[in-house]
Write a protein that binds this ligand. Structure first.
Ligand SMILES: *Cc1c(COP(=O)(O)O)cnc(C)c1O
Length: 819
């Protein structure tokens, strides 16, 4: 390093320190060495915010002056996690901050821990949105997020007496240090009332909407910092509040009380995130949330557009709106409403603009998870939106009848309003110009089955965009040791361009390098063992293989199969202790939340914890088997797990998982996938080759065949497969039944005729674990596979995904703010 650069660093460090101390004084009115950890954290964020806000203003100015096309990513969830560490990395300020604070005797990692997880999401869908906005900013693309500012995020999970207990996640209690309230950008959202067309004096028809309730939507903006590129985009969180004139009104006691009640109703709109991952209850409040943030978002986009960009005719050339699944589908009729009712546009022009503006991502092919709303509920809550949906549907069906005369069956299958409900996925397909699935297999199934009629009606509209994850959080931030090791080998260019990770292949036979890779893994395994010891009291062996399944608890993801297999292994050892000499010491780890109303998922958690307690306290098996359930799975816990994993369990029934993204985080950190050919596992396996992952189980077409011919019988499987027979019986009696048996799980498996083919795939799952053992015993073979996985993980960076969206769907261009 040159003297000049060093001097500059010293200068910057001193100026940062000065800034930090000044900010501390200003915020808390005391000397910095009297501050609590929380206050130090708040001070650091405020200090960093000053650096961000300069770039934020500059970015917005650039977008405006250059009339850039901008994307708005609408998602009812953004599972951000903590932001301080990743923001410092993206700003290239981490080292300097660390050193500046070290001079004050402050350990920066202690301050990171003060930050609450912004848990504004359930799982994969919400985390995808978070990875996407990180990539948008880091690629210099004009793209912003739009969502709800939930006062309570996803519940905090505790395990008490082996069971899940849900605790409200009061994440805002010390304030959210990254948000900026923008009171001047408030918009009104209207609910209820009557909507109808009334004849004007000149004979024309005009929409009348009266008797509605008004809710004020107030935005809180969070800066989204790009990686080393000076770009700062915006995530807008909408908060529901009582309109300003509301509180000041005087009135009778009854009127005041009614107003108070109404203000509670308003605040309830953004009070909590629905903890439902992939099936939807018909809840009025949920529908209210959906319209609330979509209406606020669309109105503010149009207002901004008119102010900065001018002619509404060109709207679709300058604005793209992306809807992440169907929860924001009302963006379509809402944009129609604004263009027609407020801007006086005719239907055809408005429809053209709307369709060319909106694009839709589908996330599920499971029919029970497709969103529908009862007509009455929809109509009462948003009467004008319902009118528009009816009109969209009428015009659409007219076209379908023209294209397919005498095919009323098809008309029924595609009708947006059918059998008393509004189909949000159908609305999303009809009202958008692009519909994408999230992995190749998923997009193929969409076209061939779930959305076949629509694919025929709109050839070319359906496409695939395989999901990705940001390597900045999941490798650079979560695994700095591995990142440095990669730098040593192939230089740090991969940090800006993750496809360069492929250069690591040069080291696949370099045992010295592979040893270093093993050291890094070991370091994380030891750290995780310490974490587990502190949290659960269990002592686990860092020399054992860490086999990890972490994701929402759901039948289709088959945590049940995993734990039944652990029970099977336990039984083998108990029956024949000498078998241990042939076994690999393993630690099976689980983490994940169950929706509070999802009984089978909660029983699965209880079973895992029961098994863990028996296994971990049994000296006969202890030297080669441990089971751990880590409580409160979220982004922060996930960041500790992926770097420590040897095996990535991705065992959903083929055809059920749209993509999965934890599979990508695991491989990026060198874990080997043990999985079915489902979701993005297929593409991971294609990328790394069959020798570098372990695939088992039914194929998707085989599953389809069983569903079609109805020839599957859970009872036959049970009666003919002793391995299954034994462990399934143990749900009712035996060592694992402590605090109550598992007859509900048992009944579920038989009453549903084992809907996710746990029994059918069990033997091949057992074999897959045997294969893993064989591979692991070959130390350098294993490390080579691990390295090959890391090398091929570049294509699963969300930078690749977002580049595809930008080019194929949004038609937006990157900007360059580097001097
Ligand atoms: C990546 C991620 C998920 C998604 O996991 P899948 O295994 O793909 O379902 C869920 N939750 C968190 C916290 C994550 O980081």
């Amino acid at each position: 390093m040159s003297v000049g650069i060093i001097n500059k660093q010293i200068e910057e460090r001193a100026s940062l320190q000065k800034n930090f101390l000044k900010t501390a004084n200003m915020l808390f009115g005391k000397d910095w060495n009297e501050l609590t950890k929380e206050e130090l954290y708040q001070t650091l964020v405020r200090t960093v915010r000053q650096y961000i806000s300069e770039n934020w203003i500059m970015t917005n100015k650039y977008y405006e002056e250059n009339q850039c096309k901008e994307v708005y990513y609408f998602s009812i969830e953004f599972l951000l996690g903590r932001l301080l560490n990743t923001n410092l990395i993206n700003l290239d300020m981490k080292e300097i901050c660390k050193e500046a604070l070290k001079d004050l005797n402050i350990d920066i990692t202690e301050l990171f821990k003060q930050e609450p997880d912004a848990g504004l999401g359930n799982g994969g869908l919400g985390r995808l949105a978070a990875c996407f906005i990180d990539s948008l900013a880091s690629l210099g693309l004009p793209g912003h997020g739009c969502t709800i500012r939930y006062q309570y995020g996803l519940f905090e999970q505790k395990i008490i007496d082996n069971q899940q207990v849900e605790i409200p996640d009061n994440w805002l209690k010390n304030g959210f240090a990254w948000e900026y309230r923008k009171a001047d950008k408030e918009v009104d959202v209207h609910f209820g009332g009557n909507a109808y067309m009334a004849q004007q004096e000149d004979g024309s028809l005009k929409l009348v909407h009266e008797g509605y309730n008004t809710v004020a939507a107030v935005p809180y903006d969070v800066p989204i910092v790009g990686y080393h590129n000076n770009v700062v985009n915006t995530l807008r969180l909408w908060n529901a509040e009582v309109p300003q004139d509301f509180a000041s009104l005087s009135g009778t006691r009854e009127q005041l009380q009614e107003r108070l009640r109404q203000s509670y109703r308003v605040q309830a709109i953004t009070s909590c995130l629905y903890p439902e991952d992939s099936s939807y209850e018909g809840k009025m409040l949920r529908l209210t949330q959906e319209y609330f943030f979509v209406s606020a978002g669309v109105q503010s986009i149009v207002r901004h557009y008119k102010r900065r960009k001018g002619d509404l005719k060109d709207f679709a050339k300058k604005i793209a709106i992306h809807i992440n699944d169907t929860h924001p589908a009302m963006a379509i009729p809402e944009l129609m409403r604004v263009l027609i009712d407020q801007e006086g546009m005719d239907w055809d022009t408005a429809w053209d603009i709307t369709k060319n503006t909106v694009a839709y991502t589908n996330h599920t092919i499971m029919p029970e998870a497709l969103e529908t709303w009862p007509i009455d509920m929809f109509k009462n809550l948003v009467p004008r939106i319902y009118m528009i949906v009816e009109e969209i549907n009428a015009r659409f069906l007219e076209d379908v009848r023209k294209q397919y005369p005498n095919d009323e069956d098809r008309v029924r299958r595609v009708s947006i309003i059918q059998d008393g409900v509004v189909h949000m996925a159908r609305l999303s397909v009809v009202g958008s110009h692009s519909v994408n699935g999230v992995a190749k297999i998923h997009s193929d199934i969409l076209k061939a089955h779930t959305m076949r009629d629509f694919d025929e009606i709109y050839p070319g509209k359906f496409n695939n965009k395989t999901n990705g994850i940001t390597h900045r959080r999941w490798l650079i931030a979560a695994n700095p040791q591995l990142s440095s090791l990669i730098d040593e080998a192939i230089s740090d260019k991969w940090r800006k361009d993750p496809s360069r990770l492929i250069d690591l292949l040069d080291y696949k036979d370099d045992t010295a390098f592979l040893d270093k890779l093993a050291e890094v893994k070991k370091e994380h395994k030891i750290y995780l063992a310490g974490h587990i010891k502190r949290r659960s009291g269990f002592t686990i062996d860092p020399n054992s293989l860490y086999d990890i399944q972490v994701k929402r608890i759901h039948s289709y993801k088959r945590q049940i199969m995993n734990i039944l297999h652990v029970m099977h292994i336990y039984n083998l050892i108990k029956a024949n202790p000498s078998i241990k000499s042939e076994m690999l010491p393993r630690t099976y780890m689980f983490a994940g939340k169950a929706a509070p109303g999802y009984h089978i998922a909660k029983e699965t958690i209880r079973l895992i914890n029961n098994v863990a307690n028996i296994v971990n306290n049994d000296k006969d098996v202890n030297d080669c088997l441990h089971v751990v359930f880590l409580e409160n799975y979220g982004v922060t816990l996930a960041e500790k797990l992926f770097p420590a994993a040897d095996v990535s369990e991705q065992i959903s029934l083929a055809g059920k998982e749209a993509s999965g993204t934890s599979n990508m985080k695991f491989m990026m950190n060198g874990a080997i996938t043990l999985g079915t050919l489902d979701g993005a596992n297929v593409e991971i396996c294609d990328a790394v080759g069959e020798d570098n992952c372990v695939i088992f189980g039914l194929k998707e077409h085989e599953v389809m065949e069983y569903y079609k011919n109805g020839l599957y019988s859970a009872w036959t499987e049970y009666n003919t497969n002793p391995a299954i027979h034994n462990v399934v019986d143990e749900l009712l009696t035996g060592p694992f039944v402590g605090n109550g048996d598992f007859h509900d799980l048992h009944n579920y498996l038989f009453n549903s005729n084992d809907e996710y083919f746990v029994f059918k795939d069990f033997n091949s799952y057992i074999d897959a674990h045997v294969k893993i053992r064989g591979k692991y015993l070959d130390r350098y073979g294993w490390l080579k596979s691990s390295l090959i996985n890391i090398a091929h993980s570049g294509i699963f960076s969300s930078d690749r995904t977002i580049s595809e969206y930008a080019k194929d769907i949004w038609n937006v261009e990157p900007i360059n703010l580097l001097k």
